[in-house]
Design a protein around this ligand. Structure first.
Ligand code: ACO
Ligand SMILES: O=CC(=O)O
Ligand code: MG
Length: 725
């Protein structure tokens, strides 16, 4: 039983209370007693509203389930016209109002004007969170050398020490990138022997000849002496890249121009995540989340850890200073502009209890995040920190998993109440709307209208969206196989619809239009070959799972000028609601036994591998091998997809409970085997009765009755049980 401090009708876990009373309120200059009074008022006002919104979700789901029961699909087809009318009748699809433009003010350029990679990181992990904050700038040479972008063939293997053959391939690749995006008036970067700056212009030496940039305006500044610079700053499509020169370095000494690296402006923005990638089930774990965010907002977060046998302390990087071509000074932001993703409306958390009508209940975690994360942001909002995040006095909160305009309205009202409580100007707290639930997609325009003074992004979280697609239409019939989902009509229409809507409502210049995660963190060659589709489709940012991913994905924003793409999108035929409402039912369900087993194995291996680390170790995002040994990023959203998929095939008798149990047991053995080097891992196959194993099984067998198919209720309960025991 945790100790609690009573403040009015709130019973606050001591660990959380002490964190706020001792570490936060005195530093941000807020009266602690007053803070808790305001806190209580807001909980009292918003807790019942939150509950009612969740009840409405259930009510709608029941109506949709009933409709499917009464209107069975035939060969995977439903009567679309009748279905659409029904969704309108029950106000699942609300009437669309007049056109309008968003009016968000005081948005940093990184969000409003610069297209580039968006990194996501679990904020509970200080080491990773700091790395992400610093991932604004990343070494292209390291990103290429360390990943599969450069093949490990013909002597270019990674090996133990530095392999000069691989190094040469890296240099070739990077210089090709420079040739493509910062072309020389004559010749190639491979021929360059030096650089100098004369009369504010970049002079590029090639032996005894000189040349310039084909587009001289791409020269943005330099480091060191004009006659012998150590860095050349370039700029293209709003993004910088710095050619680093040091002929004494181990790479530079073999380069004719002494080039040792190309430093890329990479993660322009980063989402510090409390949601899909995080496990935080009680006060102890939520305090870790809040403390890290507070440290990031003060600019003094540090973490000490052992790496390669050495103690290392990581802190936030300073800004970067250069000499401008005209001799003036340029300061560039040294860190990614950070957004924080609060949790959605669903979960409650035992960290704070409140009395309602004589009964104590847990407060909604989303309300708690909305009250505590802005408190922790005050040093940045008020400009009282050593290293700033927003230079426009804004705080960027990404709000996940909202269902439709009413739920966005709830968020907007909550933020407004928090601003009043913290004495902040109206609309300081901006909102990023995750377009990841179907009721938000089909009502996207009305969702944005509700937040038109606060919205700073709309982002297609296609993973949760796929999970919601399945849960919403669970009763309609068996779905296509999981990997076929990405080629379905609804998904393609949803991605286009989001961009169309963003352009129509004037987001470019005020807010991001974002696209989803690259979920194969080790397959960077494939990412480099394909993720250019995001900027090409009009995304001003798209998610990457690591700083290396950000550095490599940045190349795509040099190749494509997203602002030009968005300009062209204005005139295209918009995506159709009718396509979005195409339920991804299988038209041919005659899968072979091998296909069914492969589908189950693929889903269940991911479920077990992820849930084991979540429940037993509190790790909210993991790399888990799939059955083809590809490491996949697994998080709560991918878990939602996998568990809902198996639940759907079970519900429609494509597979039997016995088959599922058999695969669960076999996969548990496999995951145990794959995890044998992890000393904190608790094996599942000894008795098939661990908290994690049972949670994984429940996610499937109770999948049809989980709210919206979410995984959090069962995950949280299992971890709380484990901690209590
Ligand atoms: C559906 C959605 O919501 S998607 C959004 C949620 N998902 C995410 O946020 C994904 C975030 N990414 C991650 O958590 C991790 O990259 C994982 C779990 C996928 C892989 O982690 P690992 O197996 O530890 O990665 P790996 O061993 O390859 O690399 C570790 C190094 O990369 C760094 N790193 C990896 N991911 C990140 C990240 N997202 N941000 C910052 N640094 C990172 C680590 O700091 C570490 O470097 P260090 O030793 O210098 O500290
Ligand atoms: O949050 C992102 C998603 O895809 O879900
Ligand atoms: Mg999500």
């Amino acid at each position: 039983m945790s100790q609690r401090v009573q403040k009015g009708s709130l019973a606050i876990d001591t660990e959380l209370y002490n964190f706020i009373a001792n570490e936060v309120t005195p530093v941000v200059g807020i009266d602690n007693e007053k803070y808790w009074q305001e806190f209580e008022k807001i909980v009292k006002a918003f807790q019942p509203r939150n509950k009612a919104l969740l009840a409405k979700r259930d009510e709608i789901q029941t109506q949709i389930d009933d409709w499917h029961d009464k209107n069975p699909a035939s060969n995977g087809q439903i009567d679309k016209a009748a279905y659409t009318q029904f969704l309108k009748d029950i106000n699942y699809i609300v009437p669309e109002g007049d056109d309008f433009l968003v009016e968000t003010q005081n948005v940093d350029d990184e969000i409003a004007h610069i297209a580039g990679p968006q990194l996501v990181v679990p904020v509970r992990n200080a080491r990773y969170a700091l790395n992400a904050a610093n991932a604004r700038w990343g070494s292209l040479y390291d990103a290429l050398y360390g990943t599969d972008v450069i093949d490990e063939t013909n002597g270019a293997e990674k090996g133990k020490g530095y392999n000069p053959v691989r190094g040469a391939e890296v240099v070739k690749y990077a210089k090709n990138f420079l040739d493509a995006n910062f072309a020389l008036a004559e010749g190639k970067y491979a021929d360059v022997t030096g650089f100098k700056v004369e009369d504010g212009k970049l002079v590029i030496l090639q032996g005894d000849k000189t040349t310039s940039l084909a587009q001289p305006e791409k020269f943005a500044g330099f480091l060191g002496d004009a006659a012998n610079p150590t860095g050349i700053l370039l700029k293209n499509n709003g993004l910088h890249a710095e050619i680093q020169i040091d002929p004494s370095s181990h790479v530079g000494k073999d380069d004719p121009a002494g080039i040792k690296d190309v430093l890329m402006e990479a993660a322009v923005t980063t989402i510090q995540d409390c949601e899909d990638s995080v496990a935080a089930v009680d006060a102890e774990e939520k305090v870790e989340v809040y403390r890290n965010w507070f440290g990031l907002m003060k600019g003094d977060l540090k973490d000490t850890f052992e790496k390669n046998g050495k103690q290392t302390t990581r802190a936030m990087n300073p800004d970067r200073e250069y000499t401008a071509p005209d001799g003036g000074k340029i300061t560039l932001h040294g860190r990614s502009v950070m957004l924080i993703r609060n949790v959605g409306h669903l979960m409650t958390n035992p960290a704070i209890l409140v009395d309602f009508e004589g009964k104590q209940e847990e407060i909604y975690e989303g309300i708690m995040d909305a009250l505590i994360t802005p408190l922790c942001s005050l040093p940045d909002i008020l400009g009282k920190n050593s290293l700033s995040n927003s230079r426009t006095g804004s705080m960027y909160i990404v709000k996940p998993k909202m269902h439709g305009p009413e739920e966005v309205q709830f968020t907007v009202d909550l933020f407004s109440a928090v601003e009043k409580a913290l004495d902040l100007p109206e609309n300081t707290l901006k909102v990023g709307i995750m377009d990841e639930e179907r009721r938000t997609t089909v009502n996207l325009k009305e969702c944005i209208r509700v937040a038109k003074n606060r919205v700073i992004f709309i982002n297609t979280g296609f993973m949760d969206r796929t999970g919601d697609e399945m849960h919403t239409s669970m009763k309609a019939g068996p779905f296509v196989r999981k990997n076929d989902m990405k080629n379905t009509d609804w998904l393609n229409a949803y991605e286009r619809w989001n961009v169309d809507m963003g352009v129509k409502l004037g987001l470019p210049g005020k807010a991001q239009i974002g696209k989803g995660m690259w979920a194969k963190p080790d397959n960077m060659k494939e990412m480099v070959a394909t993720k250019s589709n995001h900027p090409k489709s009009g995304a001003t940012c798209a998610w990457v799972p690591s700083p290396t991913g950000a550095t490599l994905h940045a190349m795509h924003y040099h190749e494509t000028n997203v602002m030009d793409v968005l300009d062209n999108i204005k005139d295209r035929e918009p995506a159709k609601l009718d396509d979005i409402l195409t339920v991804p039912l299988a038209t041919d369900t005659n899968w072979t036994d091998e296909q069914k087993t492969a589908e189950l194995e693929n889903n269940i291996q991911g479920i077990l591998g992820y849930v084991a680390r979540w429940v037993d170790q509190g790790v909210g995002c993991s790399k888990v091998l799939d059955i083809d040994d590809v490491a996949l990023m697994e998080d709560r959203a991918t878990l939602r997809i996998s568990s809902q998929h198996v639940a759907n095939w079970l519900a429609h008798r494509v597979v039997t409970p016995e088959q599922v149990d058999d695969v669960l047991k076999r996969m548990a053995k496999m995951v145990d085997e794959q995890s044998k080097d992890d000393s904190a891992y608790i094996p599942m196959a000894n008795d098939y009765n661990t908290w994690a194993y049972n949670a994984a099984r429940d996610l499937i067998f109770k999948g049809t009755v989980q709210p919206s198919g979410y995984t959090e209720p069962l995950l949280h309960q299992a971890r709380l049980n484990l901690k209590a025991n």
